[in-house]
Design a protein. Structure first.
Length: 471
């Protein structure tokens, strides 16, 4: 196509042939000035790009965390995004030395891209996972590494790979407008002044190739970093099975050595000083409504939970899950009081599994309790020894439910809330897991179900929430 256009327009001032362009590019590449100019432009533009990456992530994080900061910074970033690059270039030339021009222009070009993409990634983080982390008292650094980075990373990489191309092009354009000596933009300006189209085309091809190279280099840096941290691939199935069997064998050996007797409750494996004395939890006339107009879910509920299992039954929509979320601190009361819940550690099997889908079964448990041996022992007991290294996304619904149960049992707790914990478990598996929970659960156990057979199996006291939210 290029040859055809060149043939139709015989003027070398307007267009030159591909052969002439690449001949000139090859000649330029043999000079030290060519590579020096590329290095100068690249160093300045990359600096501006990295400054924008850093500022964009910091601003997005603060914006998501503090609404006041969001209302202040977002309009300013929108203005930066709307102002033409030429206007910024002229303003910068009046404000500071031209040697810093491409740094500044690359910064203002990339900042809005990184800011808005990173903010979108943070805001799209699954709130249910954040609630799960809150209930299990997961440290902030773990939430950042295991939850936020997984959600934000695709948005950040997309913004960065797009932004680096924009930074390169806008930086060169700024050098051209500002005639910054010793840069690629200065050579383009010289080619324009002397009507040297061959030089113009040669430098343009160099710019395109360097822009593509920078995008690919940054992409592979992100891919390499992700492959060794938060985008870790699952192990091959055969390896996972071998490691799962090895872990299962380790636990069986440990049990035979009486290091972890299976009859002991898991809570007793904690240091004695960490197990708090269980006191009763008393609910006095608690009520909760949702929506406009208000729909009452719980009304004047009075309950007392003591050590052991309390089964809460009721029809669908009676407010059982709302009650569990109130006890877990995820929902606030409208009226009433709760006594005895202060300073108690909660463990929770949510109605949804709320697993980290991108992490393996073992990591989903160590996320809340950093004890790999305990986590793997529980998985082995739940029949998941060969699935230890499988990502949660690769597990079936019943397997995910068992991982969620193991996670709740592994956590340090005073109050264990089980919201429909056995759903999705059928056949011989369900009685086995029910026996596992009955054996290991300790402290105050609040078991929510609509199945009277499950309540009978686990035993304990039975309280029913009637429709309308009264107990």
């Amino acid at each position: 196509m290029w040859e055809i256009v060149n043939a139709l327009i015989p003027s070398d001032i307007i267009i030159v042939s591909p052969r002439a362009t690449f001949t000139r590019l090859f000649a330029l590449a043999q000079t030290g000035l060519f590579w020096q100019s590329i290095a100068t432009s690249m160093w300045r533009i990359v600096r501006g790009f990295l400054y924008a990456l850093t500022a964009g992530v910091i601003f997005a994080t603060l914006s998501a965390r503090f609404r006041v900061f969001h209302h202040l910074i977002t309009p300013a970033v929108k203005v930066i995004n709307a102002v033409p690059i030429a206007s910024f270039t002229i303003l910068a030339l009046m404000a500071f030395h031209s040697s810093n021009l491409s740094i500044f222009i690359a910064f203002v070009t990339v900042l809005p891209i990184v800011y808005f993409n990173t903010l979108k990634g943070i805001e799209s983080t699954d709130p249910r996972l954040l609630e799960m982390a809150q209930v299990f008292r997961v440290p902030a650094y773990k939430k950042i590494f295991f939850i936020y980075t997984k959600t934000v990373a695709p948005h950040f990489v997309s913004a960065a790979t797009t932004g680096i191309g924009f930074a390169w092009k806008s930086g060169i354009a700024a050098e051209l407008i500002g005639v910054v000596s010793g840069t690629i933009g200065a050579h383009l300006h010289t080619a324009r002044i002397f009507l040297n189209t061959a030089d113009l085309f040669a430098w343009t091809i160099a710019i395109v190739l360097l822009s593509y190279l920078m995008e690919r280099v940054f992409y592979f840096i992100c891919k390499f970093a992700g492959g060794n941290s938060f985008w870790k691939k699952s192990l091959p199935p055969c390896t996972a099975k071998k490691r799962g069997r090895a872990i299962g064998a380790t636990f069986r050996e440990a049990e035979s050595a009486d290091k972890h007797p299976p009859s002991k409750k898991l809570a007793l494996e904690l240091p004695q000083s960490e197990v708090s004395h269980t006191e009763e939890i008393v609910l006095n006339n608690i009520s909760k409504s949702f929506g406009e107009p208000a729909k009452t879910v719980l009304r004047d509920v009075n309950m007392t939970f003591t050590e052991g299992i309390t089964c809460i039954m009721g029809s669908s929509g009676a407010g059982k899950t709302t009650l569990a979320n109130i006890l877990a601190g995820l929902v606030t009361l409208d009226n009433g009081e709760i006594h005895g819940l202060e300073n108690k550690r909660i463990s929770y099997v949510f109605q949804e599994d709320r697993l980290l889908e991108w992490e393996n079964a073992l990591t989903n448990i160590t996320f809340v309790k950093n004890d790999k041996a305990l986590a793997a022992r529980l998985l082995d007991e739940a029949g998941l020894a060969e699935s230890v290294w499988k990502k949660a996304a690769q597990l079936s619904g019943g397997m995910k439910r068992r991982v969620a149960l193991c996670r709740a049992l592994a956590a340090e707790y005073d109050v264990l809330i089980l919201d429909e914990p056995f759903k999705g478990l059928d056949g011989e598996l369900k009685p086995r897991i029910m026996e596992m929970v009955k054996t290991h659960a300790s402290g105050i156990v609040i078991f929510i179900t609509h199945d009277p057979l499950e309540a009978e199996f686990l035993g304990g006291r039975v309280t029913e929430i009637c429709e309308g939210g009264t107990s």
